[in-house]
Design a protein around this ligand. Structure first.
Ligand SMILES: Cc1cc2nc3c(=O)[nH]c(=O)nc-3n(C[C@H](O)[C@H](O)[C@H](O)COP(=O)(O)O)c2cc1C
Length: 187
């Protein structure tokens, strides 16, 4: 698929079947993640492809528990309206832990680019995706250290982002209409 077509067809999938993308597709998507640009080419990330259903289920339960206890209820309420699943039953997720950049915070730019590379590469392979910032809730409670260990985070790494991968359960999602009024050209 052309890059522009992959970009324009990507959308956030919020209902997945249990069908796993092929090993080859996952390897291609992980390669696209690791090929991302980063400030000074520091690559302060890891790319962890998770297909273990028990691990995803455990992270789901812990994330929802922590989200429910969070004082701002808006994200929890939104998830409940969408079926009550932080990870929308995705059979696969790529977890991207990050190491603090210099200056601190710089790593989040790189992390955002990695997540979009994953999402676009997935679209190119015909795989649906969702960039999941709320995955942080699986790590910010009492089981955070356990998940870091089970996922093999290197010492000093914290959760950056996760991207859910799989196939859409229904044709519910579609790309949002790009707002062309946000574009200007100065000649
Ligand atoms: C950094 C980032 C974090 C996001 N985190 C979540 C999330 O935790 N849960 C969710 O349902 N959507 C999440 N989204 C998806 C956005 O809601 C979505 O991209 C936006 O509504 C535009 O829709 P589209 O992706 O279909 O174009 C996230 C998107 C980005 C870029």
């Amino acid at each position: 698929m052309e890059a522009i077509q992959a970009i324009l067809t990507r959308y956030s999938c919020r209902k997945f079947t249990d069908q796993l993308p092929s090993e080859l597709d996952l390897q291609t998507i992980a390669l696209a993640a690791a090929a991302s640009p980063s400030g000074m080419n520091r690559q302060l990330w890891r790319v962890i492809v998770v297909t273990n259903p028990q691990l995803i289920a455990d992270m789901e339960a812990e994330g929802m528990k922590n989200l429910a206890a969070f004082p701002d209820r808006s994200a929890y309420d939104r998830i409940m309206l969408r079926g009550g699943k932080l990870y929308y039953n995705a059979p696969c997720m790529i977890v991207v832990p990050i190491e603090e950049g210099n200056p601190p915070g710089a790593e989040y730019f790189d992390c955002g680019i990695v997540s979009e590379n994953i999402a676009i590469a997935a679209a190119g392979q015909g795989v649906n995706s969702l960039i999941c910032g709320l995955a942080a809730f699986s790590f910010n409670g009492e089981k955070g250290a356990e998940f870091k260990r089970r996922l093999g985070f290197p010492e000093g790494y914290e959760i950056g982002i996760a991207v859910l991968l799989g196939y859409a359960a229904e044709s519910g999602g579609k790309p949002h209409e790009p707002d062309l009024t946000k574009i200007s050209y100065i000649k």
